[in-house]
Design a protein around this ligand. Structure first.
Ligand code: PGA
Ligand code: ZN
Length: 410
């Protein structure tokens, strides 16, 4: 047990070059937890507000004015730290202090507590005695809100090394597919760039983007659905036009009614044997998500903008059977305490968890530990880019740890 002896915040930049907040929490004058908050580009309507008035400086000011309230607390007492932050905030959605501040303070406190008790963070976050590695899920091709004009409307084509038996093989496999895809794309669109999460961003239509990704897997000798599987984050709220009540695929030049969208998605899941389909319809279409969930019991029909790491919204999704998997992004919820409550509800209801990065990331790697501690089946962290590889490298380091053995069962 160790008490918080100092807290210090500062303004830094994330991988997109946007300002964010970093917080240092020290226990017993010795044990430093340091966390820099990430941020999203395709943000769900019901996510925690990142910063008061959109200004990281306002979160920093709040921290400076109130840090005394946290000094002297046990750094491992997540609930108490959360309660103090909630009181400081005084709102339902963290618009008073900023969800990013709640994110950074709570995770940094737990990291400091872990160091004080000479443990790894994942051990401090969980009472389990054995852990399994989540499968890394990586963005190989980006479009939508993560890439420029001419790229696919769908946000992410993802690779999952479903046949890997070790974390080393899993990471290596994703890297190989990412590299092979580059080779193939160089022939089709030599001027392509990179998306926000390190996926390639070629000027291709949606379907072509999937075809070329499948080709990369096959040209390495992999069979889709065996050694590797593809996934898609449709991020469909980006396409949904409330006025027209249609999904508008601006770049590809077509529109889908709600019904047509279900057929469009179902066709992609079938044709490309997707293991993973995220936000296949817009964030308020709980019934359409239910239809897809019952149609595809063998795929992870996943809520991200749908469930926004909010336990009340997840409860609604569970009741309506709107998904069989859910993204866990701590900063969507706000504090780590909120996110762990969400994880607990998901695990008690057989909703498979996918702990995830944001498109604007820091080089921190605590989410690798959060993925382990929440029994996540998948860790969605990208394939390349320093801020993405940091999370994968942390998993590789942790493979030296006795308490973690084997890969999760998806
Ligand atoms: P975001 O994207 O971090 O920009 O929200 C990631 C995702 O939608 O999963
Ligand atoms: Zn998403």
């Amino acid at each position: 047990m160790a008490k918080i002896t100092s807290i210090k915040g500062r303004i830094l930049y994330n991988s997109r070059g946007s300002k964010t907040i970093e917080v240092d929490v020290t226990s017993d004058r010795n044990f430093l937890g340091r966390v820099c908050a990430p941020s999203g580009a395709s943000v769900g309507k019901h996510e925690a507000v990142s910063f008061p008035n959109g200004r990281p400086e306002d979160s920093l000011r709040v921290l400076n004015e109130n840090s005394e309230k946290l000094i002297g607390l046990e750094s491992s007492d997540l609930r108490q730290i959360h309660d103090v932050l909630k009181k400081m905030d005084g709102t339902q959605n963290y618009s008073g202090i900023g969800g990013s501040l709640a994110f950074a303070v709570t995770i940094a406190s737990m990291e400091s507590a872990a160091k004080a008790s000479d443990q790894q963070l994942f051990q401090t976050l969980s009472s389990e005695s054995l852990f399994k590695f989540p499968f890394p899920l990586g963005n190989i091709l980006g479009g939508g809100a993560h890439a420029g004009p001419g790229t696919p409307d769908i946000q992410e084509v993802l690779i999952c090394p479903t046949g890997s038996k070790t974390i080393e093989d899993a990471v290596k496999t994703n890297l190989a597919v990412h590299k092979e895809l580059q080779k193939i794309l160089l022939k089709e669109d030599p001027d392509f760039t990179n998306g926000d999460e390190g996926g390639w961003a070629p000027k291709l239509k949606n379907r072509e983007a999937l075809e070329v990704s499948a080709k990369a897997c096959e040209s390495l000798g992999f069979t889709l659905g065996k050694e590797v599987s593809l996934g898609v984050d449709f991020a469909s709220s980006t396409q949904w036009n409330e006025e027209k009540q249609k999904y508008v695929y601006e770049r590809a030049g077509f529109e889908n009614t709600a019904e047509e969208q279900i057929d469009f998605v179902a066709d992609i899941i079938d044709k490309f044997k997707l293991i993973y389909a995220e936000d296949a319809v817009h964030e308020e279409a709980f019934d359409d998500m239910s239809e897809l969930t019952s149609k595809f019991p063998n795929s992870l029909v996943t809520g991200d903008d749908l469930t926004v790491t909010n336990k009340n919204i997840l409860a609604k999704a569970i009741e309506k059977k709107s998904c069989n998997a859910a993204i866990l992004k701590v900063n969507q919820a706000g504090s780590l305490f909120d996110a762990l409550e969400f994880a607990d509800l998901a695990n008690r209801n057989n909703i498979r968890l996918i702990t995830s990065h944001r498109s604007g990331e820091s080089t921190d790697s605590q989410i690798s530990h959060i993925g382990l501690a929440t029994k996540s089946k998948i860790l969605k962290v990208g394939v390349v880019g320093g801020e993405r590889v940091a999370k994968l490298n942390e998993l590789l380091r942790l493979s030296e740890h006795d308490l973690i053995c084997g890969m999760a069962e998806i």
